[in-house]
Write a protein that binds this ligand. Sequence first.
Ligand SMILES: Cc1cn([C@H]2C[C@H](O)[C@@H](COP(=O)(O)OP(=O)(O)OP(=O)(O)O)O2)c(=O)[nH]c1=O
Length: 201
Amino acid sequence: MQTIWLASKSPRRAELLQGMGVPFEVLQFTDAAGAQYEVDESVHPGEPPRDYVRRVALDKALHALSYMRDRQLVARPLLSADTTVALGDRILGKPADAAEAREMLGALSGQVHEVLTAVVVIDGHDIRQMLSVSRVHFMPLSVETIDRYIASGEPFDKAGAYGIQGHAGTFVADMQGSFTGIMGLPVHETACLLEHCGYRF
Ligand SMILES: Cc1cn([C@H]2C[C@H](O)[C@@H](COP(=O)(O)OP(=O)(O)OP(=O)(O)O)O2)c(=O)[nH]c1=O
């Protein structure tokens, strides 16, 4: 199998791709190169969550592609993704600090939300995208539970201030959709996209 570029610094995405048996190399286009390759992750006024997550995933892929070409790196299929939590029309990204994490977890407490992960694969001139949508129902969370969870440090690099694969799995009363999508890389959709590049699963 041909090695692909994984345009993501997320350790969960690398882990999930490894589990699929896809050989990959991480393309660190954001840290290394400065403003030229920076992705606009701000939410545009009135932008619906599904449009937002698709735009950001595509932007990551296009910036990574420019980086790959500018640095004359070996041309390979390239994969990027973006995950966001949507509570109604409200988009919850990564919390900047404990106060924001507390506010987000308080808003998710006892409610149903959606976790959206868009995946993009670019192979030569071919650009394909899929969107994974999951519904997650949180049990009501007490202030003490939220504070203990924040003190664990787990919320900080994660959309919606939680990781279903960690302690926050205990908050999930019910869920429909893709567990791996919630973690950041829906493996079924990813396999469908990579099959167009000749991979077989
Ligand atoms: C909801 C949820 C999110 N997450 C993570 C997945 C993503 O890594 C992160 C959302 O941030 P993203 O902006 O999608 O990704 P990232 O910044 O970590 O990595 P990159 O842009 O380089 O690809 O939240 C979990 O790990 N578990 C969960 O249950």
